[in-house]
Design a protein around this ligand. Sequence first.
Ligand code: IZC
Ligand code: ZN
Length: 411
Amino acid sequence: MDHAQGPVKGKNMNQLNVIEKGALGIHEGKIAYIGTEEEALQLEQEGKLLISERLDCQNKLVTPGLVDPHTHLVFGGSREHEMALKQQGVPYLEILARGGGIHSTVNMTREASTEELMTKALFHLDRMLSYGSTTIEAKSGYGLDRETERKQLHVLQQVQAKHSVDIVSTFLGAHAIPPAYKENPDAFLDEMMDLLKEVKEQNLATFVDIFCEEGVFSVEQSRNYLLQAKEMGFQLKIHADEIHSLGGAELAAEIGCISADHLVGASDQGIEDLAKQGVIAVLLPGTSFYLSKGVHARAQLMLEKGVAIALSTDFNPGSSPTENLQFIMNLAALNLKLSPEAIWNAVTINAAHAIGKGEEAGQLKVGRGADIVIWDAPNYHYIPYHYGVNHVHTVIKAGKIAYTGRNGYVS
Ligand code: IZC
Ligand code: ZN
């Protein structure tokens, strides 16, 4: 398959470019050669390839660095105290309606200092890197007021300055309705829209996102809000049909979102619309696993209809507390019935396209940044199969070793 143009769509996701006994050259942080080892050695003999340093990958699997296209990286505290409620069967949206859930994280995020949020975000980002992610998207959305939304976006900026993983920022001020605005959510959306002007001026986010869900923001409110953001020059994302089938997928197609995320309840029409308009479906099987309702996004139908699927952790303290994209790959195999080939496309090239990084991340190509994972695995089928552990041997970010899984061993 030539994956040069755009995301990989539909059934084409079941094909993967694989080089057996491959070799990869890095020069000044970029990929300078990719091909077979035999050809590389031949070129070296002919004086056409200069190799100054060698890293023997010992027949291990080598892939592009993973791309995690939907995370809520910056937040205060955690929500383990909600586990008992979950076990009693209290639904996610009910916990939110009682003032818990997102609201409890909002309170902890408001209380945290910039430094505290940064230390914590760096900790989680390190862990993402250790599991193989070299590019991620990260959202605000735990402020729901000007000061704290701003604080989260500034934290992302400062984290980026300190960390090698590339971060694409999304403004998710429309993540929940703060209690003070319960009777007037439109006034809250107006306030977030006003803040967006500043976000644009200061270039603090690339994308604007909204939680379109029963009891949160309606399809009409989402359309109105996102269209204003589009007018301001933002690209659009949407939390669509996560729990209820509201028509979020249809809306994403109608207004030209780059991705529609979750889609567990997406309708047949919604799935057709995504395919037709080329909206990438970002599926989050970790969230379905953690909400424990036994319902999953209809990934097979999406492939049949020609949708491009990406996969993500949805890392957040409430509905998917994990930084581990490898576990998401296992869940995609078991619960979405995706093939290993589709899963790899979904966490590399398609995930990159879902965050506007399709020309930079997600593929091993000459001239691109050398973002590479060497895995303690004999082949690409192995990672979605052997679950619950970290298979990373080495992560290389922009040509430099950024993590090695062997660090912790004493002997
Ligand atoms: O903190 O619960 N679904 N937003 C929409 C989330 C999950 C994050 C959270
Ligand atoms: Zn989310």
